[in-house]
Design a binder for this molecule. Structure first.
Ligand code: SF4
Ligand code: SF4
Length: 312
């Protein structure tokens, strides 16, 4: 099989496509979210992007208790239960294999899936529809996740397809690459949106499940390649918002030659509802930083002549 035939057969798992985004790089963008991530950030707002495979999404509020789904499940993972809002089905996640056979059985749309397979051409046909917006705004396509480089082969083929068609490309990454091939995806992007989730390694491991050493060294390597970089800095109260962490981050970033700006991502809980939909618990209960504290943080970056922006 030649390269072109391989690309035709290659499929990626996509869990969301956002059109008309202003927050994922320059101009108006279409952002494609690929499934799978090596990190488990405690504040993750896209928990449905963590697992590699498509998975069952259950919205209990949509269930009317018809129980049409129960006989369809080969694992016996769906059961009837009385809840505060009436009779509903419950999913036993310990038994569920994410076979997704129940999805079509539900007339209410309470059972859906996070994650759909696309070929490169199928995905490209979707993003090319927004071409006129990219052209008029200096925008393009952003690949995010999850961590886009986990599906490195698909991400690279899709990125190349966009570039061949003169579409500006950005990759939103946690910087934790699982292989050199995964790193090469980042190296081919026109713009990187790069997350820094803490300079203290112990804290980083506690909050994400992984060390920050590879992430920081990859950032240096990518900077040396001359790719423009926007840093995304999640500001998690009590975890990443201390003067010490901000100062250390600013010092580190001041050594980069291709840093455009730092986006300050204040704590939020927009992803909370999705945890329940995939059978996970959201464990944090924090209050976002005040405007005063954000101003102080901006002041620290100002000392290092680093441009900041609130939000992405
Ligand atoms: S088929 Fe849908 S609406 Fe009916 S019980 Fe199952 S999840 Fe609820
Ligand atoms: S995804 Fe498959 S195993 Fe899970 S509840 Fe639905 S039918 Fe059962």
């Amino acid at each position: 099989m030649n390269k072109k035939q391989e690309t035709v057969k290659l499929r990626g798992v996509v869990f969301n496509i956002v059109h008309g985004s202003f927050v994922d790089g320059y101009g108006i963008r279409t952002t494609v979210f690929l499934k799978g991530c090596p990190l488990r950030c405690r504040w993750c707002c896209n928990p449905e992007g963590q697992k590699y495979e498509p998975e069952l999404k259950y919205s209990e509020n949509l269930c009317n208790g018809c129980m049409k789904c129960i006989p369809v499940c080969p694992e016996g993972a769906l059961k009837a239960a009385e809840t505060e809002t009436g009779k509903k089905v419950v999913v036993d996640r310990a038994l569920c294999t994410n076979c997704l056979q129940c999805v079509d059985a539900c007339p209410q749309g309470a059972l859906e899936q996070f994650g759909t397979y696309y070929t490169v051409d199928e995905l490209f046909d979707i993003v090319r529809r927004d071409l006129r917006y990219y052209k008029s705004s200096g925008g393009g396509v952003t690949i995010g996740g999850g961590e886009a480089t986990v599906q490195w082969e698909f991400a690279q083929a899709f990125l190349r397809k966009c570039k061949e068609n003169f579409i500006h490309t950005a990759v939103d990454t946690c910087g934790f690459t699982v292989s050199e091939q995964a790193f090469n995806v980042l190296a081919e992007a026109d713009l990187l949106l790069y997350d820094i989730k803490g300079m203290d390694n112990e804290g980083h491991i506690k909050n994400t499940g992984q060390s920050n050493e590879l992430i920081l060294s990859n950032l240096k390597r990518l900077d040396a390649l001359g790719i423009p970089i926007i840093i995304r800095l999640p500001l998690i109260p009590g975890e990443t918002d201390s003067d010490e962490n901000i100062e250390e981050t600013a010092q580190f970033l001041s050594t980069l030659r291709n840093l455009d700006r730092v986006d300050l991502m204040n704590y939020h809980e927009f992803g909370r509802a999705k945890y329940a939909q995939i059978g996970l618990d959201y464990t944090l209960a924090l209050t976002p930083l005040t405007d005063e504290r954000l101003s102080e943080i901006i002041g620290i970056f100002d000392k290092y002549a680093i441009k900041t922006q609130i939000g992405g």
